[in-house]
Design a protein around this ligand. Structure first.
Ligand code: ADP
Length: 565
């Protein structure tokens, strides 16, 4: 624009196309050159903005998609895992896989992956530029060597810090899981916390956990934020050394200023991708720690698996039997050599001291666990040979802990059914002695039950759970101490509901009150993981001292209080 031509330093022999370009520019009238340059600058920056937008938008889209899929996969895996997995892994920790760990991966993809791919390209471009300068500009070999050999050495400490970061991340993710778990337990158990006056204690332990998490996070931030200035300082040392050597060559006249300036620009430009790559390395290490944990979950084998080609259980026709069943959760056997048969239409009652193994025994029927040895058979078929869903379809289970979802009464009772049969819904609710209170709810069957059923009484919850178990009309019903938490009045209603339902079904009932099982066809006493006796109520009263003791004890003190024998 000042009227001077572009001139190359003496001794520089660029490739023909560059020379051609320079000549073209020199030939242009100055005003035209100004016009072209103005337009080019605007176009370039508009393009830059557009591509930058596209890059961030597309990368965010990619990271959000990845994380959506990862979350779906984790959730699917959690649904597929067997009961034993859940008894070893606290809920809150599992939740933090979906919330916290997945987020760490997302952040890394958002900020890291793009740079992991784009920065090496930039780096390559600058290296090509350096090589070009060497070839056509007479830059000494020592410069090139320093730039392509010494620069990568700078990355060594970065790698070391990255490894430490990965370790710290693993622990801090573990702690995030702990915090999550604590939140879950104390918020859902807030009543317990309050009733024991443990608010301060819980606050203190939360504060401690939170502090530990903070300490670790800060530790990792300290390391992470060190990476960038560290690489920069080390690079500046390299660049200064090069400058010094180059300066000397310029003073002695070996190197022209033009080449030197281009070289300098290339070297400084090299620093940016280097710095970014070293940063990304740290972020990626954190994400890898999170990915490790997620993959560990993916790789957990599902212990209760269906055999390929498993047969569907179309109908339950004959019996459920336990044949020489041994079972343990961890090291001690909880069930030892159980042999037991319940015929279709029979009522079997399981009684015995707490911890004897009654719940464990009934949990083997829907195949929540598999026996260590022996087999559970339905109609003579080992249940491991059966299609799991078809087996569970035949079983209605009511347990002591009645979990109701935060949804309408209707959705809770018809859980698992997409088409609601209103007639059936009312019929089962009536049979479960639930219709009478549900119809008085503000919106009847459309009333939403508060979290964990807080808005309704224990007895009502239990009766809704019973209605849910029978809505699908299963031929086999299992009641696992279904009435143990209730007051006498509610218990009477629930018991009545149970009596309404047992007709025509095969029922296994774990009972804490012996008076409720008198009409069972068979009563089995289980203690210490073994069947210690069986027979009718009268038989057992006559011949079994443990049963007699449980029975008389209950009449002496437990009947009203509802104590477990
Ligand atoms: P009951 O129903 O007769 O009270 P359970 O079947 O619940 O007895 O328990 C039998 C034994 O198995 C107890 O010693 C109990 O501690 C143990 N147990 C129950 N569930 C688990 C589990 N998920 N993991 C480990 N041990 C368990």
């Amino acid at each position: 624009i000042t009227g001077k031509n572009i001139a190359l330093p003496p001794g520089v022999a660029p490739p023909a196309f560059i020379q051609l370009g320079i000549d073209k520019v020199n030939e242009l009238p100055r005003i035209q050159l100004l016009n072209i340059m103005t337009v080019i600058v605007v176009v370039i920056f508009i393009c830059k903005g557009l591509f930058e937008y596209l890059k961030t938008y597309l990368m965010s889209d990619v990271s959000e998609r990845v994380i959506r899929d990862v979350k779906n996969d984790i959730y699917r895996k959690l649904q597929d895992l067997s009961m034993d997995f859940f008894s070893h892994n606290p809920t809150g920790k599992l939740m933090s896989r979906i919330t916290h760990d997945a987020a760490v991966i997302r952040d890394s993809i958002g900020s890291g992956v793009a740079d992991t791919f784009s920065q090496p390209i930039e780096l390559f471009f600058y290296i090509v530029l350096l090589v070009g300068l060497k070839m056509y500009g007479g830059v000494p070999w020592s410069f090139i060597l320093v730039s392509v050999v010494v620069f990568p050495l700078i990355l060594l400490p970065v790698v070391r810090i990255g490894k430490r970061l990965r370790k710290i991340s693993r622990t801090s993710q573990e702690q995030a899981g702990d915090i999550n778990n604590m939140l879950l337990e104390t918020i859902s158990g807030i009543k317990l916390v309050k009733s024991f006056g443990m608010e301060d204690y819980e606050c203190e332990s939360f504060r401690k956990k939170n502090q530990e998490y903070y300490d670790l996070t800060i530790k990792s931030i300290k390391k992470m934020k060190m990476v960038s200035p560290l690489t920069e300082s080390m690079m500046v040392v390299c660049v200064a050394a090069i400058l010094w050597i180059a300066g000397r060559s310029m003073i002695s006249g070996e190197l022209s200023f033009g080449v030197f300036a281009a070289f300098l620009a290339a070297i400084f430009s090299l620093m940016k991708p280097f710095k970014k790559l070293s940063n990304v390395y740290g972020i990626n290490q954190q994400a890898l720690a999170a990915a490790d944990r997620i993959f560990q979950l993916y790789d957990t084998p599902v212990s209760i698996k269906e055999r390929p080609g498993a047969r569907k259980l179309e109908k339950f026709t004959e019996s459920i039997s336990f044949e020489k069943v041994w079972f343990k959760y961890e090291k001690d056997f909880v069930l030892e050599d159980i042999n037991l048969t319940v015929k279709k239409g029979e009522i079997l009652a399981l009684v015995g001291p707490s911890g004897g193994g009654k719940s464990t025994l009934v949990n083997l029927i829907p195949r929540f666990y598999d026996p260590v040895s022996g087999s559970v058979r339905v109609d003579g078929q080992d249940i491991r040979e059966l299609d799991i869903r078809s087996l569970r379809d035949k079983i209605g289970l009511v347990t002591q802990e009645t979990l109701l979802f935060n949804d309408t009464v209707r959705a809770n009772i018809c859980y698992g059914h997409t088409d609601v049969d209103e007639k059936q819904l009312i019929a089962v609710s009536k049979a479960a002695n639930a219709h009478m209170f549900i119809k008085d709810f503000p919106q009847g069957y459309d009333t939403v039950i508060g979290e964990r059923g807080l808005k309704i009484s224990g007895g009502q919850r239990q009766r809704i759970a019973i209605a849910r178990a029978i809505y699908k009309n299963p031929p086999i019903l299992i009641f696992d101490e279904a009435t143990s938490q209730l007051d006498t009045e509610s218990e009477k209603l629930v018991q009545e509901a149970i009596n309404n339902l047992v007709k025509g079904r095969t029922v296994i009932v774990i009972a804490h009150r012996l008076s409720t099982v008198k009409h069972a066809n068979k009563i089995v006493v289980i203690s210490g993981g073994k069947i210690s006796d069986s027979g009718s109520h009268e038989d057992l009263l006559r011949k079994n001292p443990l049963y007699k003791k449980l029975y008389t004890m209950q009449f002496a003190e437990g009947e009203e209080a509802g104590l477990e024998p």
